[in-house]
Write a protein that binds this ligand. Structure first.
Ligand code: SRM
Ligand code: SF4
Length: 574
């Protein structure tokens, strides 16, 4: 008889938590420490907050035998990335009142606060909820913020697609009353009937789950890096439905070959009416078949890999009670943002600003946060967070545009997108000092490294040539570095693994080029390749493709050679 494997520790924490309550309420009122109990720290994630400590201060506090400088990160869910000016102003206010004076725009179209001390945690979450935003399921073993292409005003299709992402998000939000009880002083309902979590059940999912909705030709939400994605298929100007992609993910661990990034497989097609049902049933397949014994093997990508995409499709069809249709043709051109002003067919305007590292803050020379606050005060459209950590000031009427332009000018933000195309296509995760898992700097270091690389870019005449470059402080891959054309992944203090050859549309994994490169050697390592590219690239050839053609790295995808996009010809050729 085969021995049953023991479940991972978090499964027991979830089981005994009484639907995510644990002892969070009691822990919050214990002000003798800035910390929460180990179990509650795990449960707090489902409520959208992480206990952290300032790693810059660790050594000094240890020396003085002080408790670590504990504080909390709060992640605010923004389904589809849409926030009103009022929500922006409130977020901005709370950033000063409770957090470290900055707003972080994340790689999943959410806001994050850092540096909230325990005694302010409850009040901050309550105030976030008062602005009609929330933090439930921003983290934890549940469906996370559903991402969506942020341009809903550009066509009716975009508007329909945004609605789809919000519907999925609402449908998959945990139903537990714990969130209201703990943070919003909701009444405790005494009932003899056990609470039910209709989709997730008592132990929720084996691990975090991530969904996106994309509108080709833009792959700005990076569908290939997500557990489940819906790719809008537009036929005759109408939304015909969505291709369904499953099993993408980035996270891995140095030295553990059983963990790896994986590109999603496109397995079928569904109608707009079926989307929410399909999302639910994919989640149920993962709930029932995901690995609950080993958290390093519990993401949906491993369920897909272990059973194979065909098995997943068959199981999904069984859960649905009907079959997904055959995949329809689509082409992604890139995964970046389009900067500057665009006009929609109704005559309204949308401005996408480059926000380095997604960090909204004021510096003496660049008063970004104040400028955006002043804009929010007069803006009557909305704000859109992009999956590339950028910000769109959306739906600006022709009458308002001059006023907004004046403020952009006054605060020095107007030319935020007049940077090298390398920088405009860069992403960096938070890393130090708040991220407990980081092995090296990312957000605080990438800007300087880009300045070094820009010297080579300039002299090679590549200022306007977009190359995607992403840096993370560890191989968890929060800025999706394994699908960038150039990826830097923290290996140790000031040392990075360097990856090359990702697809410009995020459709292909990169390959490890050099391991453990000291930061000071990176420019020297990449300069000859950049110069070679400038000299010998083919017409329109992307940097990642060039690195493969000329043999710097060999490209494979999920172990197989990769067939670029799914083009109409490829499908008709069978
Ligand atoms: Fe992430 C854990 C930050 C997007 C893969 N991520 C973390 C934590 C919470 C560290 C921790 O567990 O203690 C980081 C908090 C740092 C801090 O101080 O704020 C963190 N992740 C971020 C953000 C803020 C990066 C950013 O600079 O924008 C992004 C927040 C997204 C959001 O709004 O929900 C963020 N994380 C991602 C992405 C990209 C994406 O989702 O498109 C990934 C790769 C895709 C994927 O999930 O495979 C990602 N984060 C991870 C992982 C690896 C999971 C795995 O499969 O092994 C971890 C570690 C874990 O879960 O154990 C992690
Ligand atoms: Fe932290 Fe690693 Fe994610 Fe960067 S990639 S935020 S270092 S967990």
């Amino acid at each position: 008889m085969s021995e049953e494997k023991k479940l991972s520790a978090n499964e027991y924490i979830k089981t005994r938590s009484n639907y995510l309550r644990g002892t969070i309420a009691e822990g919050l009122s214990d002000l003798s420490t800035g910390s929460m109990s180990e179990d509650d720290q795990q449960l707090l994630k489902f409520h959208g907050t992480y206990q952290q400590d300032d790693r810059d201060l660790r050594a000094n506090r240890r020396k003085h035998r002080l408790e670590k400088a504990y504080s909390f990160m709060i992640r605010i869910r923004v389904p589809g990335g849409v926030a009103t000016p009022h929500q922006w102003l409130e977020t901005d206010r709370m950033a000063t009142q409770f957090a470290n004076g900055t707003i972080k725009l994340t790689t999943r179209q959410a806001f994050q606060f850092h540096g909230i001390i325990k005694s302010n945690l409850k009040r901050t979450i309550a105030e976030i909820n008062r602005t009609a935003m929330d933090t439930i399921a921003a983290c934890g073993d549940v469906n996370r913020n559903v991402m969506c292409n942020p341009n809903p005003h550009l066509s009716e299709v975009h508007a329909a697609v945004l609605k789809v992402s919000q519907d999925i998000s609402n449908h998959l939000t945990p139903q537990t009353r714990a969130y209201h009880e703990i943070w919003l002083d909701g009444e405790k309902v005494e009932s003899s009937e056990e609470e039910v979590e209709p989709i997730y059940g008592k132990t929720y999912l084996p691990r975090k789950f991530k969904i996106t909705v994309a509108v080709p030709p833009s792959n700005d939400v990076d569908i290939y890096a997500n557990c489940l994605s819906f790719i809008a298929i537009v036929e005759d100007g109408k939304l015909a439905g969505f291709n369904v992609a499953v099993g993408g993910g980035m996270g891995s661990t140095h030295g553990n070959e059983a963990t790896y990034p994986r590109i999603a497989d496109v397995i079928g097609f569904c109608s707009p009416e079926q989307v929410v049902d399909v999302a639910e049933k994919v989640v149920l397949v993962q709930r029932d078949f995901g690995d609950r014994t080993d958290r390093k093997h519990s993401r949906f990508k491993y369920t897909v890999d272990d059973h194979g995409p065909d098995w997943i499709l068959a199981k999904l069809n069984e859960y649905l009670g009907y079959e997904l249709g055959p995949v329809r043709p689509f082409v992604f051109e890139d995964n970046g943002d389009r900067y500057g002003w665009v006009e929609d067919k109704n005559g309204n305007f949308h401005l996408t600003l480059f926000i380095q590292g997604g960090r909204v803050l004021d510096t003496p020379n660049y008063r970004l946060r104040t400028g955006l606050r002043e804009i929010a005060k007069i803006h009557d459209g909305d704000f859109r967070l992009t999956a590339n950590q950028n910000l769109m000031i959306a739906n600006v009427s022709p009458a308002k545009r001059p006023e907004i332009e004046r403020l952009l000018e006054e605060f020095g933000i107007k030319d935020s997108h007049l940077k090298s195309a390398l920088r405009l296509n860069s992403l960096a995760c938070v890393a130090l000092p708040t991220c407990a898992l980081s092995l090296a700097e990312a957000e605080r270091y990438l800007p300087d490294l880009l300045t070094e690389l820009e010297e080579v870019i300039e002299e090679s005449g590549l200022r306007h040539d977009a190359i995607t470059v992403r840096m993370t402080g560890c191989p968890n891959g929060c800025a999706r570095p394994f699908i960038a054309e150039i990826g830097f992944v923290g290996r140790g203090p000031a040392a990075y693994n360097v990856y090359l050859g990702g697809g410009f549309a995020g459709q292909r994994l990169s390959k490890l080029y050099r391991e453990n490169v000291p930061a000071t050697n990176i420019k020297g390592l990449l300069a000859p390749i950049i110069r070679h590219y400038a000299k010998e690239r083919n017409e329109g050839e992307r940097f990642g493709d060039f690195c493969i053609r000329t043999g710097y790295v060999v490209a494979t995808i999920n172990g197989k050679d990769f067939h670029h996009h799914i083009k109409p010809e490829a499908l008709s050729a069978g």
